[in-house]
Design a protein around this ligand. Structure first.
Ligand code: NAD
Length: 352
C-alpha cells in the first residue's frame, strides 16, 4: 500500500502525539506541517522530517500531494478547517471536541456527507486497547444491559491557560476539554444510547488559581493566565432513551485532596472500571468476583492509543472504511456538552 500523504495542522502540545504516531507508521508519510507560529511549525518539520511548512492552512489545502490532515488547533477553528479540508478533497482526523456548538457540528456533518471523505473524531479513549477489550466483551453480552455509568476527572490545579481558558476559542472549560473524553468513553461503552435530557451545574468560584506555587500542571503552548472566562468545574446527569443514565463531574480546579480519574460502568450481569485501572466485577456460584485481567497496561496508555487512532485513520482512508468514531458521534457528544452548559445556565433540566 502507498503511504498516505499527511499534513498536521497545529503543531502545539498535542500534535506530538499525532506526529510520533505517523512517524512510526509505515503506511503514512508526514509531508507537511502548518502553524500560525512559523517557528513552531519549522521545529516540528525539522524534528519529524516534513517536506513542507505552511503558516496558512488554506494554502496547505491547495497542495495536491496532501491526502489527509490531522487538525490539532484551537477548538474554535475545528469546524472551519475541517469543512475547508473536506471541500478540498482531503480526509480529516480532527482533535476532540469536534467543535464548539451543535450548529458547527451539523455543518461539519453536511460537509462529510457532500464530500464522501473520511472524517474521524479524535475520541482517543476509544482507541485504547483496554477500551476495545471491554467494548468487545460488552458486544458479547458479558455485562448485560449497561444502565448506569459514573465518571470523574478532577484536577485540583490544572487550568491550561491561553486559548483553553478563553471561551471564544475553546467553547468552554473542563467540560468541553476533559469532560468530552469522560462522556464519550462512557457513552461508547453503553452502546451509544440516544441522550434525551440533561441536568447540570457549572461553577466559576475559584478562577484559575495562577497564584498557587510549588505545583506544576499542563499548560497550553502559549500559556497566559491573564484571561480566564471558563468554568472551574461542571457536573451533570444525562438520561438516555433506553432508561440508562450517566453521572459525570470534571474540574480544572477544585479544593480536592488530589487529582482523580474514575470511570465505572454497571450492567445487569456485571460491571467494570476503566479508570484508574481496569477491573471487571461479576457474579459466579452465588459469589461476587472482582476480576483483574492480565494485560500489559491496566491504565490508559496514551502513546499506544494515539498509535491505534492514527493507524485506524490510515486504514479508513486507504480502504474506504467508516471510522469507529464517525462525525455522527461527534454531533451527538456535542449535543450532550452544549445541553450541559444550557442546563447549568437555566438552573433546570433540559430536553435534548
Ligand atoms: N486527545 C487528547 O487527549 C487531547 C489532549 C490535548 C489537546 N487536545 C486537543 O488538541 C487541540 C490542540 O490542543 P493543544 O493542547 O495542542 O493546544 P496548543 O495551544 O498547545 O497548540 C495549538 C496550536 O494550534 C495553532 N493554531 C491555532 N489556530 C491555528 C490555525 N488556524 N492554523 C494553524 N495553526 C493554528 C497554535 O498556534 C498552536 O501552536 C485542541 O482541540 C485540544 O482540545 C486533545
Amino acid at each position: 500500500m502507498q503511504p498516505v500523504q499527511i499534513a498536521v495542522i497545529g503543531t502545539g502540545s498535542i500534535s506530538s502525539a499525532h506526529l510520533d504516531a505517523y512517524k512510526d507508521n509505515p503506511n503514512a508519510n508526514l509531508y507537511a506541517v502548518c502553524d500560525l507560529n512559523e517557528e513552531r511549525a519549522r521545529k516540528a518539520a525539522e524534528k519529524y522530517g516534513a517536506t513542507k511548512v505552511y503558516t496558512d492552512y488554506r494554502e496547505l489545502l491547495t497542495d495536491p500531494v496532501i491526502e489527509a490532515v490531522s487538525i490539532c488547533t484551537w477548538n474554535n477553528t475545528h469546524a472551519e478547517i475541517s469543512i475547508a479540508a473536506l471541500e478540498a478533497g482531503k480526509h480529516v482526523l480532527v482533535e476532540k471536541p469536534l467543535c464548539r456548538t451543535v450548529e458547527e457540528a451539523l455543518h461539519i456533518q453536511e460537509a462529510v456527507e457532500k464530500s464522501g471523505k473520511v472524517l474521524q473524531v479524535g475520541f482517543v479513549r476509544r482507541y485504547d486497547t483496554n477500551a476495545q477489550l471491554l467494548r468487545s466483551m460488552a458486544d458479547r453480552g458479558e455485562f448485560g444491559e449497561i444502565y448506569y455509568a459514573k465518571a470523574s476527572s478532577i484536577r485540583r490545579l490544572g487550568n491550561p491557560g491561553g486559548w483553553f481558558s478563553d471561551i471564544e476559542r475553546s467553547g468552554g472549560g473542563p467540560l468541553i476539554d476533559i469532560g468530552v473524553h469522560m462522556i464519550d468513553l462512557c457513552w461508547y461503552m453503553m452502546g451509544r444510547p440516544k441522550p434525551v435530557s440533561v441536568s447540570a451545574n457549572t461553577y466559576h468560584k475559584l478562577g484559575n488559581r495562577s497564584n498557587v506555587r510549588n505545583l506544576s500542571f499542563y499548560q497550553a503552548a502559549d500559556y497566559d493566565a491573564n484571561h480566564n472566562t471558563v468554568e472551574d468545574m461542571a457536573n451533570a446527569l444525562i438520561r438516555f432513551e433506553n432508561g440508562a443514565s450517566l453521572l459525570v463531574d470534571v474540574s480544572f480546579t477544585l479544593h480536592a485532596k488530589s487529582d482523580e480519574g474514575m470511570v465505572r460502568l454497571f450492567g445487569e450481569k456485571g460491571g467494570f472500571e476503566i479508570d484508574p485501572e481496569v477491573v471487571i466485577v461479576t457474579e459466579q456460584n452465588d459469589t461476587i468476583l472482582n476480576v483483574s485481567p492480565q494485560i500489559d497496561h491496566k491504565s490508559f496508555n496514551f502513546p499506544s492509543a494515539f498509535k491505534n487512532e492514527t493507524s485506524h485513520f490510515i486504514d479508513c482512508v486507504r480502504n474506504g472504511k467508516q471510522p469507529i468514531s464517525p462525525v455522527e458521534d461527534g454531533v451527538e457528544v456535542m449535543k450532550m456538552l452544549v445541553g450541559i452548559y444550557e442546563s447549568a445556565k437555566k438552573g433546570a433540566e433540559i430536553r435534548l
